[in-house]
Write a protein that binds this ligand. Structure first.
Ligand code: UGA
Length: 433
């Protein structure tokens, strides 16, 4: 099959590369010439484990191409995926659909023959209807069906999420489009990926409802963590105890500094806005958003308390800046608010992250960046784990103790067993324990 990805960002690039790996012919299109040029040389615009290799192999095999020429790519394609960004619109939190609609216009002008136009970008309910209207307006003769097919890829695990999905959601009323989409995903039948066919609006809402539910689950366990601290219980055991109930499930119950990233914060906000537009409010999601926002600053207060109630002129060493491990993505990372709050309180912040320091420099200008965890720990008053990269899971505490001014570990991801750290002569502060 001939597939086109419009937008060679996270979703477009990962999906395009994986579709090519399954044997489809794929062209990934983007408007940024430097990005296309780099991709053609095998240079990835993002850090995602395993991606560069898949891209390289499929470019070499001639199944994956990168291009600036949307019109040429769309000609004769079986399916065209719109995978452009839908950032929060400045000022009101609605998803900004300008890039989606611009792509729709270009597809309208370029499509020849029957083409399935697939919205893969996260788009509010009703966007598919508007994309269809735009295409019909710009090219009344266009022979297209517009399908919703949301993505459920986690950064850092996107390749395995794509190849072994929990489910594939396809929103369309058209039998012909359904057949094309089934053929697109046929290679995944072997992996027994369940396909859910539903109406387009339902499919659009499934994406938001899924992310909102996961965000709510995280805020729930974080709130439980706060309660655990008050009553002397252990949140990790609480998570395990409730997670063993199959109706609840054990995933997304890790207490921490709050969720970040390019999806949960944006999508929860957009869902609340969608409900507001329909004269209702989503109290549970609003509470989730509000709790998560406050949590980041609360984590800064936890660090200050661990330092005796005052961080003025104290050196705080931060391990991990990205919103989660195995990505270089700093968007909405809890580290941003936590570090800002520490600096507001007068702390001298030093930080190390395996992949996130270059992107972090843009947001965190007053931070001193180090070569590794031990480098930044020298003469520090406290060491704080914000992101649980593997490299921070086996720290040499005796070495750290000789390096640090005072041996204090604030572990915002509960990476360590507190008593083991204490045995090494450290003061240990975890989350919800
Ligand atoms: C999320 C969803 O998990 C994907 O299914 C979805 O496709 C994607 O958004 C999207 O909409 O594009 P992602 O943002 O990459 O994926 O990362 P997650 O692994 O979901 O983590 C999000 C945030 O929640 C991170 O800050 C992470 O540290 C935090 N988290 C996650 C917790 O604090 N506790 C947990 O138990 C799980």
């Amino acid at each position: 099959m001939r597939l086109v990805m419009i937008g060679s960002g996270y979703v477009g690039l990962v999906s395009g590369a994986c579709f090519a790996d399954f044997g489809h012919d794929v062209v990934c299109v983007d408007k940024i010439a430097a990005k296309i040029e780099a991709l053609n040389k095998g240079i990835m615009p993002i850090f995602e484990p395993g991606l560069a290799e898949i891209v390289r192999n499929n470019v070499y095999a001639g199944r994956l191409k990168f291009s600036l020429d949307l019109a040429d790519a769309v000609k004769g394609a079986d399916a065209v995926f719109i995978a452009v960004g839908t950032p929060s619109r400045r000022g009101d939190g609605h998803a900004d659909l300008a890039y989606v609609y611009a792509a729709a216009k270009e597809v309208a002008a370029a499509s020849t023959g029957y083409t399935v136009v697939v919205t893969k970008s996260t788009v509010p309910v009703g966007t598919g209807d508007e994309v269809e209207r735009i295409i019909k307006r710009f090219n009344p003769d266009a022979n297209i069906d517009v399908v919703s097919n949301p993505e459920f890829l986690r950064e850092g695990a996107a390749i395995s999420d794509f190849k072994r999905p929990d489910r594939i959601v396809i929103g369309t009323d058209s039998k012909r489009a359904e057949e094309v989409m089934r053929a697109v995903y046929r290679p995944l039948y072997l992996n027994e990926a369940p396909i859910l066919i539903c109406e387009r609006r339902t499919s659009e809402l499934i994406k938001y409802a899924g992310n909102a539910f996961l965000a709510m689950k995280i805020s729930f366990i974080n709130e439980m963590a706060d309660l655990c601290e008050k009553v002397g219980a252990d949140v990790q055991k609480v998570a395990k105890g409730i997670g063993l109930d199959k109706r609840i499930g054990d995933k997304f119950l890790h207490a921490g500094p709050g969720y970040g990233g390019s999806c949960f914060p944006k999508d929860t906000l957009a869902l609340v806005k969608t409900a507001n537009d329909h004269d209702m409010s989503l109290g549970l999601i609003e509470a989730t958003v509000d709790f998560n926002e406050k949590r980041k600053r609360a984590m800064a207060r936890k660090i200050v308390a661990a330092c005796g109630g005052n961080v003025r002129d104290k050196k705080i060493a931060i391990l991990g800046l990205t919103f989660k491990p195995n990505t270089d993505d700093m968007r909405e990372a809890p580290s941003l608010s936590i570090i800002q709050a520490l600096q507001d309180a007068g702390a001298d912040v030093h930080a190390y992250d395996p992949e996130g320091m270059d992107p972090a420099r843009e947001f965190l200008k007053e931070v001193t960046y180090g070569a590794n965890g031990y480098d930044i720990a020298a003469a520090a008053d406290a060491l704080v784990i914000i992101t649980e990269w593997d490299i921070f899971r086996a720290l040499d505490f005796s070495r750290l103790k000789t390096l640090m001014k005072s041996p204090v570990l604030v572990d915002l991801r509960n990476v360590y067993k507190g008593d083991e750290v204490v045995q090494n002569g450290f003061t240990y502060v975890g989350v919800g324990r």
